[in-house]
Design a protein around this ligand. Structure first.
Ligand code: ZN
Length: 252
């Protein structure tokens, strides 16, 4: 059997709101994960194998085979954080420490895996009033922001996430959001845990078409490339993991 040398990306979504709220289903008829998957396939091209996993699958779709072969895991959850099995969280945690990239999206801030990796509550202020969000670029030139509108881009209607955001000091702060209600929020943060690279990116409330936005898609695609390890597999105590070199992607 031919070996697949492509980077393997797994988009995990609890996939609850899209099946219970008509307004969410209208925006994401096949689920948020499928919208993100289409965007990543378009932007990343042939070097990446992009798949999905959801809460209701056996082992939440995160079997040992899937996890061992995933280079970057994306995480979207909101209503069902407590239904994620602790044993699966422990496996994801171990994989991050051994080099798997993790991209935590929006309400994933309160997921078991993000809280475990951060060691804090990861809670924040919020208000769902469809406000304008202006995302300021704090680290121009960072690979995760390549091709993104500078000095800021806007989302016309978003859920407000505001400080204080109870996270450890990020390794890098890439974006700060301002909302028309006056709050600000650290909306793009990187962390490193063990061998793994982690990116938290806050836009993505399910009742707005945020994952259809080209800047948002571009940031997620860049983050996948940034977080992907060059090698995959077991924990390397010598720390010889080297991050994958970045290749330019099409953003518009
Ligand atoms: Zn939300």
């Amino acid at each position: 059997m031919a070996v697949d040398h492509r980077k393997r990306i797994t988009i995990w979504n609890e996939f609850v709101h899209e099946r219970t709220k008509p307004e969410v289903k209208e925006l994401y008829p096949d689920g948020i994960h499928e919208t993100i998957r289409h965007a990543l396939v378009e932007k990343l091209g042939d070097g990446f194998n992009v798949g999905c996993a959801t809460l209701d699958q056996p082992e939440h779709g995160l079997t040992d085979e899937v996890l061992e072969n995933t280079d970057v895991l994306l995480w979207w959850g909101h209503a069902a954080h407590d239904r994620v099995e602790d044993a699966i969280v422990a496996k994801v945690h171990r994989r991050v420490l051994s080099g798997m990239g993790l991209i935590v999206l929006h309400s994933g801030h309160a997921s078991k895996i993000f809280q475990r990796l951060m060691g804090t509550s990861c809670m924040l202020r919020w208000r769902d009033a469809g406000e304008l969000e202006r995302l300021w670029i704090i680290s121009p030139g960072h690979p995760i922001l390549a091709g993104v509108e500078n000095p800021y881009f806007e989302l016309p209607a978003a859920e407000m996430y505001g400080e204080h955001f109870d996270i450890p000091e990020p390794d890098e702060l890439l974006l700060i959001s301002w909302f028309e209600g006056g709050e600000v929020f650290r909306s793009g943060c990187t962390f490193r845990r063990g061998q793994g690279r982690i990116f938290y990116f806050s836009p993505g409330h399910e009742t707005f078409p945020i994952y259809h936005n080209v800047n948002v898609q571009c940031i997620i695609a860049n983050a996948v490339q940034w977080a992907a390890p060059i090698t995959r597999g077991t924990y390397d105590p010598d720390g010889r993991h080297i991050q994958a070199s970045l290749s330019p992607i099409k953003c518009a």
